[in-house]
Design a protein around this ligand. Sequence first.
Ligand code: PPE
Length: 309
Amino acid sequence: MPLTKTNKIWMDGVLVDWDDAKVHVLSHSLHYGSGAFEGVRAYSTPEGPAIFRLKDHISRLFRSARIFMIDIPYTEQELIEATRLTVRASGLEECYIRPLVYLGYGEMGLNPLPCPVNVSIAVWPWGSYLGDEGVAKGVRMKVSTWRRHDPNAIPTAAKGTGMYVNSSLAKVEALKAGYDEAVLLSPQGFVSECTGENIFIVRDSRVILPDSSLVGSLGGITQDSVITIARDLGYEVDEHAALVRSDLYTADEAFLTGTAAEVVPISSVDDRLVGTGSPGPVTKAIQETYFATVRGKMDRYKDWLDHVG
Ligand code: PPE
């Protein structure tokens, strides 16, 4: 589906028209994948549009940049304000937000250090990433033949643009084989994460997820929110598990989490139904609470909302 254009994109301190948000073909990041980005969402709440965990996303952007030795020429607070401004300018009640730090046109060659650091923030309306049916009924997963990154080949704690070549390979493989999404194993064979989401299983009402340092998965902000929600709902959470692919086949329930995807049940993995194949009670309770939280209906989690003003 083509993107729905919005009014303005923030580029290096100014709001420019959507059609004018262009970069030079010799931008370093275009050639070498040398950039960092975030995915954030704004939701409609009873008090107007609010951005979910904006501060945490902007902090992660700065951590990603630090890992790549990219010096962002703004403060965290400035990018928080710029994000609010861009959402306000869109006039949208709900949108996806894509802050991007990229190296621009300057010198060619692998050394990124001499290149100018550019920042953009774009917003657009984006429905359920894995489809409304996926959110309601669950998605069909395939364990990818592609492995997730080795943290000593590429730093998995960063959300680096170039790293997503791996995710795209896995996504295309899964789609071509007739599945909705891929789950990737770590180089050592443990369940790591999906192409753009973290993964959880449920067994005997315990909520279990891979240890992100062990398996090189991104420390997801949705994952973190869901861990808190699950504990508050009274479930025991094991966030340091080492899961192998057969744990996915034998789980009572499984689901994935991400800003774009939100909370999505998994109906099958490699053609084995997870539980009954329909979303289970723990997944449903967590999903329902997550949607109520992001839309400002849960007082307990109001601190996670950043009102656009
Ligand atoms: N793992 C990966 C590889 C990942 O890209 C994301 C976010 C997550 C886990 C979940 O992180 P969080 O959003 O903080 O809960 N993926 C972003 C980009 C997705 C895309 O396809 O583009 C997102 O969800 O915005």
